[in-house]
Design a protein around this ligand. Structure first.
Ligand code: ADP
Ligand code: MG
Length: 405
């Protein structure tokens, strides 16, 4: 979805007031009645409200809903984009919006700058726009729970969770982008000058990079959290090192983190370890022996001692970030917002429930593009990576063939 901010400066205070009223009314109504919009907005005249409504509708910031018993409007993704950006402009965390630099599975990433011209990134969460396969389970869940496809609500929750995770992790010294702000479904964060590890083919110390990544997974676990989508798309390799202690990578993409108290913690932890192990084996031709001691190797600094960390052996809680951020599964007494948890979990599971054959096929195809891939190439490749996994899940044994077509 494109982010079109061109009309932002033409909107009046009244327009924003009415837009905000639609947003507020949306909490209780799928379609907000016109009269209610007027009441919430606090506008003096109904005709003023109507004028603003008509301007907002022309810009597709709200949309009129037909075939219902009453006249009303719904906030669109454009509308919520405008509201979030306006809040960030007012807080001086964003000054201008530049080009898109990445399209994730459930997000759009733009380069922005603050008022001093410093480059930053906004991540706009857009849950629900992935392929039908991937979100099938979420839709089932939403239907069952009578929530309707309230993706906008889930996108807000996801952005909010991600901001909280990142703030906590950054303050504890984890290598994550510095988070600056969060409004609604958007997070503002540090721009990482680098590229996704997916594109890495050469590195000055591959064993150390491997070991440092395992160390990250274990330290995250000791702090109470499991990333749950720890793969080559969510590790950024930096173009330049800050100092000799800089490990050269930054981990991104946190909304789906779970607590080490989660009932499937062991499984999620092992899956993160395996994703990295598989990538190093296939693409970097590096596979440490299971019993090798990673710390004995020359050039190892603070990497992890075991080549393949194990949840039950290696995780020794030293912090409670999961409880502070109320990560999914952190306590039965505090179930948190089940809608986000269920949506995100089923999305992740759908993406991963496949055998490795399908991934091999998808990656073999993607390999051909490696030479001259640009950012767009990487995006579609990432889609392929996740899609292939969810397609696998739905097509069973035939999948290998269907991948070859
Ligand atoms: P999704 O949850 O949709 O996968 P990600 O957070 O993984 O979203 O971001 C998608 C892509 O955008 C990343 O693979 C990366 O290329 C780019 N990106 C995300 N955050 C940053 C950042 N802080 N700096 C630079 N690039 C980023
Ligand atoms: Mg990602």
């Amino acid at each position: 979805m494109k982010l079109d901010t061109s009309h932002m400066r033409y909107l009046t205070t009244d327009d924003f007031r009415v837009l905000q009223a639609v947003e507020q009314g949306s909490k209780g109504h799928e379609v907000v009645p016109t009269l209610m919009i007027h009441q919430i907005s606090g506008m003096r005249s109904q005709s003023g409200t109507n004028r603003a409504i008509s301007d907002l509708a022309k810009l597709s910031l709200i949309s009129k809903m037909r075939n219902i018993k009453y006249d009303g409007y719904r906030l669109t993704y454009n509308g919520i984009d405008y509201l979030a950006l306006k809040t960030m402009l007012n807080r001086d965390t964003v000054y201008s919006v530049g080009n898109t630099i990445g399209v994730g599975k459930e997000s759009d990433i733009y380069k922005v700058s603050d008022k001093d011209g410093n480059p930053r990134v906004i991540k706009i969460h857009r849950l629900g726009r992935t392929s039908f396969h991937t979100v099938r389970n979420n839709r089932d869940y939403l239907r069952k729970s009578n929530q309707g496809a309230n993706w906008m609500h889930l996108s807000r929750l996801a952005a909010n969770k991600e901001y909280q995770f990142m703030s906590m992790l950054y303050s504890k010294g984890f290598k994550v982008p510095e988070p600056f702000d969060n409004s609604r479904h958007i997070v503002v964060m540090e721009l990482i000058n680098g590229f996704p590890m997916r594109r890495l083919r050469k590195h000055k110390n591959i064993p150390k990079l491997y070991s440092d990544l395992m160390c990250f997974i274990v330290q995250l676990g000791n702090s109470g959290l499991i990333h749950c989508d720890f793969n080559e798309f969510n590790v950024m390799i930096k173009d330049e090192l800050e100092d000799e202690n800089d490990c050269g990578f930054v981990v991104i993409d946190f909304p789906q983190c779970v607590s080490i108290q989660h009932q499937d913690a062991d499984y999620y932890f092992q899956r993160d370890v395996d994703c990295i192990r598989r990538f190093f084996k296939k693409k970097l031709k590096y596979e440490p022996k299971p019993d090798s001691s990673m710390l004995d190797t020359d050039g190892f600094g603070d990497g992890y001692k075991y080549a393949y960390p194990e949840f039950s052996r290696d995780i020794k809680r030293s912090d409670n970030l999961d409880e502070l951020v109320q990560a999914s599964g952190f306590s039965k007494k505090h179930p948190g917002d089940r809608s986000l948890e269920d949506a995100v979990e089923s999305m992740r599971n759908a993406a991963y429930n496949s055998d490795e054959e399908a991934e091999d096929e998808a990656e073999a195809e993607a390999e051909a593009e490696d030479e001259d891939e640009d950012d767009e190439g990487v995006d579609s490749e990432e889609e392929e990576y996740y899609d292939s996994k969810s397609d696998e899940e739905s097509s069973g044994d035939d999948s290998e063939n269907s991948q070859e077509e």
